[in-house]
Design a protein around this ligand. Structure first.
Ligand SMILES: C[S@@+](CC[C@H](N)C(=O)[O-])C[C@H]1O[C@@H](n2cnc3c(N)ncnc32)[C@H](O)[C@@H]1O
Length: 278
């Protein structure tokens, strides 16, 4: 029996409607609106099989971003790699906060700590045509993926990749802006989805000291390399980490002020702190 696009979309499954819509878009290489114009059309057998195979793998737990090799982030499609962290919607708030802060003039050089797929740094670089980005990570696959995504957006001439531990990073001239989404999950966190732990790289997820080690050590590094004339550090934290992070920030003598931004569920997830010589 033939299956129409509309029937496949509405068929009962464990996956959400949005996921099925996204699978169809990918397999048919059509936009969301085009899919709806084709609603009554029969899904050719080979494409029906492709869609069903993807759905099957996804329903067994594999992230769609890894199966499809791409993910949406801040209105762009980024390539993904099964050895690299998948960019998340919460992190779009970080990008948005940075862009709102630098509405009139943006920094010429900035650094992205733990670049992963390049989602944060490249989203900013795309909107700042005169900037240069230093993308740092200890995962070679992440640096390769950042380069691949930079090529996709024709930004490869304005990025510099650095394979290094943030702790060992040395930069001679003062930096105006650093961004980061550090690993911040405590080992054994019961709230973590099993698929995340099973499929995503451990070094991108977990941090010692109940999830706070990278947050603390990257903050120290940011303070040491940011311009003391008002350099800015924007970083993401876990949904339940704000109170602890607030106390850490209050005790940093170089932090002139800090503020936070909430995620879609009302948790304070993005911190902006500014550094100044007292
Ligand atoms: C949560 S992921 C964030 C990736 C990307 N910025 C994003 O938001 O999608 C953290 C990234 O930091 C990198 N990382 C972890 N520890 C690191 C370290 N000590 N030095 C440099 N990079 C590190 C991981 O490899 C991973 O790519």
């Amino acid at each position: 029996m033939n299956t129409t696009i509309g029937q496949w979309l509405r068929s009962p499954s464990f996956s959400s409607y949005c996921d099925r819509e996204y699978i169809l878009q990918h397999v048919l290489n059509k936009s969301k609106s085009e899919i709806y114009l084709l609603w009554e059309q029969t899904l050719p057998k080979n494409q029906l099989k492709k869609c069903s195979d993807i759905l099957f793998r996804h329903e067994k737990g594999e992230p769609l971003a890894y199966i499809l090799g791409e993910v949406e982030f801040y209105s762009d499609t980024f390539f993904t790699d099964a050895k690299v962290f998948i960019p998340r919607p919460e992190t779009e708030i970080l990008v948005e906060s940075v862009l709102n802060y630098y509405q009139n003039s943006y920094p010429r050089h900035f650094v992205d700590f733990g670049c992963g797929s390049g989602s944060i740094g490249l989203s900013l670089l795309k909107r700042w045509p005169k900037s240069q980005l230093l993308a740092v990570d200890t995962n070679r696959y992440a640096l390769n993926l950042t380069l691949k995504n930079a090529g996709k957006f024709k930004l490869e001439k304005r990025i510099h990749l650095c394979f290094q531990n943030i702790i060992d990073l040395e930069i001679k001239h003062p930096i105006q802006l650093i961004t980061a989404n550090p690993p911040y999950i405590a080992k054994g966190d019961v709230g973590l989805q099993p698929a995340v732990e099973k499929y995503e790289p451990e070094t991108a997820l977990f941090s010692e000291w109940s999830g706070l080690k990278a947050i603390c050590t990257w903050l120290d590094k940011a303070c040491s390399i940011l311009s003391k004339e008002g350099g800015n550090y924007f970083f993401e934290i876990g949904y339940n980490q704000y109170e602890e992070v607030k106390n850490i920030l209050k005790n940093k003598h170089l932090v002139k002020y800090f503020t936070s931004y909430k995620d879609y569920q009302g948790y304070k997830r993005v911190i902006h702190c500014s550094v100044k010589r007292k």
